[in-house]
Design a protein around this ligand. Sequence first.
Ligand code: HPA
Length: 278
Amino acid sequence: MNDTLLERLDETAAAIHARDPRTPQVVMVLGSGLGSFAETLVDATAIPYEEIPNFARVTVPGHAGRLVIGKVAGGASPVVAALSGRIHLYEGHPIDDVVFNVRALLRAGARTLMVTNAAGGIAPGLAPGDLALLTDHLNLTARSPLAGPNQAALGPRFPDMTDAYDPALRTVALECAASLGQTLRAGVYAGLLGPSYETPAEIRMLRAMGADLVGMSTVPEVIAARHMGARVLGLSCVTNLAAGVSSSPLSHAEVEETAGLARGRFVALLQAVLRRLA
Ligand code: HPA
């Protein structure tokens, strides 16, 4: 195994290229309950994470751990590299591992990251099952994938995060939702370490800080992707009202169940956006 991050990324990108010579254009990270989107891709090459050198592995139930490279069925499509199974900080992985798989696929040539997640709804009016566009985030993980010596070959020491969630891609997503007759909400995502859900007091704090959505993922991948100059589209499925917004306790089973119920709409939206990126 190679030593430096850059060497490991390039070794991984080369190994993926050896399994499928197409250059990926869009990297997708599929959140809780959404992994099955990868199965909708056609002309697909599926590679278990454990067969990809250096790839970080998955430990959460509901996350499969396969890379699927393929295209959206029925017409023009970019080459999509879908990560079914995400690595979370709360699993105890170093943050370099949390973002490694995304970085490797960007290194392999992709210029766009589409990141999805299950989130708790904080903003008034959000309901379980709603889909929401991320307009910005709050990094409340107290970590950054960029801490440590800067990898100048990947990006700058101090990357700008002003338009972290690409305004043009957000417009595309809103247009696609409208053409599908879907309501697409929008908001600021607070990314926390987890794995306990928030307390009601923490949710009141997050609301005061300007958060509309809360979750335990996404922020590290987005920071790493912006560092590498990729444009980012972020989409949440609101799987539950945040703690204290409703009085019922939160559970992973509820998160997966609601994500499952919204899956058809979520898949249709992702496919429509991808077709527009062809
Ligand atoms: N909080 C944190 N993460 C989550 C939630 C939540 O309410 N729902 C889904 N992921």
